[in-house]
Ligand binder design. Structure first.
Ligand code: GSH
Length: 201
């Protein structure tokens, strides 16, 4: 059985939990507390030298890190990953956008405000991250203004990757009021079969 190393408030981890639920793939969940440094122990670093969750153990001793790589791996051959070469390229484009322009800003501010210590250095960095986070939301709003989903007009792993931190952006102080197309898309994602919330606790 697949084993997922995860931290339940994590949106990166949630992407994987959501896809596994929607594919109806059973898995063993191993939760680690990242705030207590549980992904930085020698035991965990032997599994993922980058010291981060999510981490998927696909078979004993064989590990895959990086949430979007895990989405890509799990969705191969399913309706969540387009077959068409151009649509696949677009899915990867949005997943790279998520990792470079969205997550480092929107997710990081949420983490700092909720789970981590808000040091002076982090407080100073929040203003710039807020500007960049809103810039990412602007890009999403423009793209979704005339579309139902990010790629191929249907729900794919690109939507899962972007939904994870967008739907909890308010927890990082991001106001979604000025983003009606993003809000409508959030609802469409939520209505997909076998949807599960980020935290069921
Ligand atoms: N690019 C990675 C980011 C993973 C990541 O930042 N994980 C965080 C939680 S969301 C983590 O494990 N942090 C613990 C640490 O850095 O010690 C992905 O998409 O999976």
């Amino acid at each position: 059985m697949l084993r997922l190393y995860d931290y339940l408030p994590s949106g990166n981890g949630y992407k994987v939990r959501l896809l596994l639920a929607q594919l109806a793939i059973p898995f063993e969940l191993v939760t680690l507390d990242i705030v207590k440094g549980e992904t930085r122990t020698p035991e965990f670093l032997a599994k993922n030298p980058n010291g981060r969750i999510p981490l998927l153990e696909v078979e004993p001793g064989k590990f895959l890190a990086e949430s979007n790589a895990i989405l890509f791996y799990l969705s191969e051959g399913t309706a969540f990953l387009p077959d068409d070469r151009w649509e696949r390229g677009q899915a990867l484009q949005w997943m790279c956008f998520e990792q470079y322009s969205h997550e480092p800003n929107i997710a990081t501010v949420r983490f700092w405000l909720h789970s981590a210590e808000l040091t002076d250095e982090r407080r100073a960095a929040i203003a710039q991250k807020r500007t960049l986070g809103y810039a990412a939301l602007d890009v999403m709003e423009r793209h979704l203004a005339a579309r139902r989903f990010f790629v191929a007009e249907r729900y794919t792993i690109a939507d899962i990757a972007l939904y994870a931190y967008t739907h909890v952006a308010d927890e990082g102080g991001f106001e979604l009021g000025p983003y009606p197309a993003v809000q409508a898309w959030i609802e469409r994602v939520r209505e997909q079969p076998r949807h599960v919330p980020i935290s069921q606790g």
